[in-house]
Design a protein around this ligand. Structure first.
Ligand SMILES: Nc1nc2c(ncn2[C@@H]2O[C@H](COP(=O)(O)OP(=O)(O)OP(=O)(O)O)[C@@H](O)[C@H]2O)c(=O)[nH]1
Ligand SMILES: [Mg+2]
Length: 338
C-alpha cells in the first residue's frame, strides 16, 4: 500500500432543498389553502477515524467530496427528503486543519471518533408555513440554505508506540522484520526504505505494540536534507525510541558521534523529542569487526548514562532481550501517562 501522510481536500455539504409554493386542489374545495412543503436538510460531511487505515492515499484523488443535497418540498404538504451525510474514513491519528487559516479543527485519535467538517444547509420553508389569518394564500416560500464548504488539510501522524530510528543502512528494516510480521524490503544500500513501515510486535499474554521504521534520517534532515523531514513528525507520537547504531563500515564510523548527530536532528525538529526515552542499540554484532569494538563503545555510552544493547538483527542474537525491554518500558511509560 502506498503511504501518503498529507492531503488537501475540498468538502461541500449538501444544500438544503427549496420550500414549495403550492395550493390544495380538490373537488368540492374551490379555494384550497397553501400546501407547499418544506425542503429537506442537506447532508453533512463527516470525518471518521478508522484504526485499520494507515495512509491518506484515498484523498489524493479525487480531492472533492460532496454530501447529498436535500430534496425540494412538494405539494400536499410533503417535506423534501434530507440529503444523506457523507462519511469519509480517515486513518486514526489524522490532524484536521482549515487549509486557509491553518487552525487545528480536530485531532482524530480514537477508533470511530467523528467530526463534522461541513454542515448541510437547512431546507427552506414551504408556503404552507407562511399562511396567517390575514394572508390565506401566501405565494412565498424560502430557498434552501447553502451547504458549508471549505478546504481542509489532513495530516497523518502515525500512532506507533515505538519508533525505530538510525542512519540509512544500519539495519532498521531487518530488525523490524525480525520482531514483527512486517516484511519490508531489505538491501545493502542506503535509502532502501522510502516511507515509514509499520509492524506489530506480539507477545503472549500482552497487548500488541505498533512499531514504526522511520527511514531517511541523516544529518540535516530537520532542515530538509534527504527524505527524512516529513517522517520526523511520526516520531512525535511514539512513546519509546529504539536508536539503532552500526559501525560495520569500519573505523570511520563512530557510534557516539552518530548517536549525537541524529539526536541533534530530532531536537532541531522539535525540542520535546529529546525527552523521549531511547534504547541505544548497537547492531550487526555478528560481525567480528563490530564485536571487537563493542566493549569500548559500551563503556562510552555507560559514561553517558545509557545501557548499550548489543544485537544482531540478522542472526537474532540479543533481539529477544531487547523486545522484552521494549515491552517493559512501553508499559511503564503508558502507566505513567494514564
Ligand atoms: N551482518 C549483518 N548485516 C545486517 C544486520 N542487519 C542488517 N544487515 C544488513 O545491512 C543492510 C541494510 O539493512 P536494512 O535492514 O535494509 O537497513 P535499513 O536501516 O532499513 O536501511 P534503509 O532502509 O536504507 O534506511 C542489509 O544488507 C542487511 O542485510 C545484522 O545484524 N548483521
Ligand atoms: Mg529500511
Amino acid at each position: 500500500m502506498k503511504f501518503v501522510d498529507e492531503a488537501r481536500i475540498h468538502v461541500k455539504a449538501g444544500d438544503g432543498g427549496n420550500g414549495c409554493v403550492s395550493f390544495r386542489r380538490e373537488r368540492f374545495i374551490p379555494r384550497g389553502g397553501p400546501d407547499g412543503g418544506d425542503g429537506g436538510k442537506g447532508g453533512d460531511v463527516i470525518l471518521q477515524a478508522d484504526a485499520q487505515l494507515s495512509t491518506l492515499l484515498d484523498f489524493t484523488y479525487p480531492k472533492q467530496f460532496r454530501a447529498q443535497r436535500g430534496s425540494h418540498g412538494k405539494g400536499k404538504d410533503q417535506t423534501g427528503r434530507n440529503g444523506e451525510d457523507l462519511i469519509l474514513r480517515i486513518p486514526a491519528g489524522t490532524l484536521v486543519r482549515d487549509d486557509q487559516t491553518e487552525e487545528l479543527l480536530q485531532d482524530l485519535l480514537l477508533e470511530g471518533q467523528r467530526f463534522a467538517v461541513a454542515e448541510g444547509g437547512q431546507g427552506g420553508r414551504g408556503n404552507a408555513r407562511f399562511a396567517t389569518s390575514t394572508l390565506r394564500a401566501p405565494r412565498r416560500a424560502e430557498k434552501g440554505e447553502k451547504g458549508q464548504e471549505r478546504w481542509l488539510r489532513l495530516e497523518l501522524k502515525l500512532l506507533a508506540d515505538v519508533g525505530l530510528i538510525g542512519y540509512p543502512n544500519v539495519g532498521k528494516s531487518t530488525l523490524l522484520s525480525k520482531i514483527s510480521s512486517a516484511r519490508p524490503k531489505i538491501a545493502d544500500y542506503p535509502f532502501t526504505t522510502l516511507v515509514p513501515n509499520l509492524g506489530v510486535i506480539n507477545r503472549e499474554d500482552h497487548q500488541p505494540y505498533v512499531i514504526a521504521d522511520i527511514p531517511g534520517l541523516i544529518e540535516g534532515a530537520s532542515k530538509g536534507a534527504g527524505i527524512g523531514l516529513t517522517f520526523l513528525r511520526h516520531v512525535e507520537r511514539t512513546r519509546l525510541i529504539i536508536h539503532l547504531l552500526d559501525i560495520s563500515e569500519g573505523a570511520s564510523r563512530d557510534a557516539v558521534r552518530d548517536f549525537h548527530a541524529l539526536n541533534h536532528e530530532l531536537k532541531a525538529y522539535d525540542p520535546s523529542l529529546q525527552e523521549k526515552k531511547q534504547l541505544v542499540v548497537l547492531n550487526k554484532i555478528d560481525l567480528p569487526s563490530v564485536r571487537e569494538r563493542a566493549t569500548n563503545i559500551e563503556s562510552q555510552f555507560g559514561k553517558m548514562g545509557y545501557r548499550l544493547y548489543l544485537i544482531s538483527g540478522q542472526t537474532g542474537e540479543g533481539v529477544e532481550e531487547l523486545v522484552e525491554t521494549v515491552f517493559r518500558q512501553v508499559d511503564l511509560i503508558k502507566s505513567n501517562f494514564s
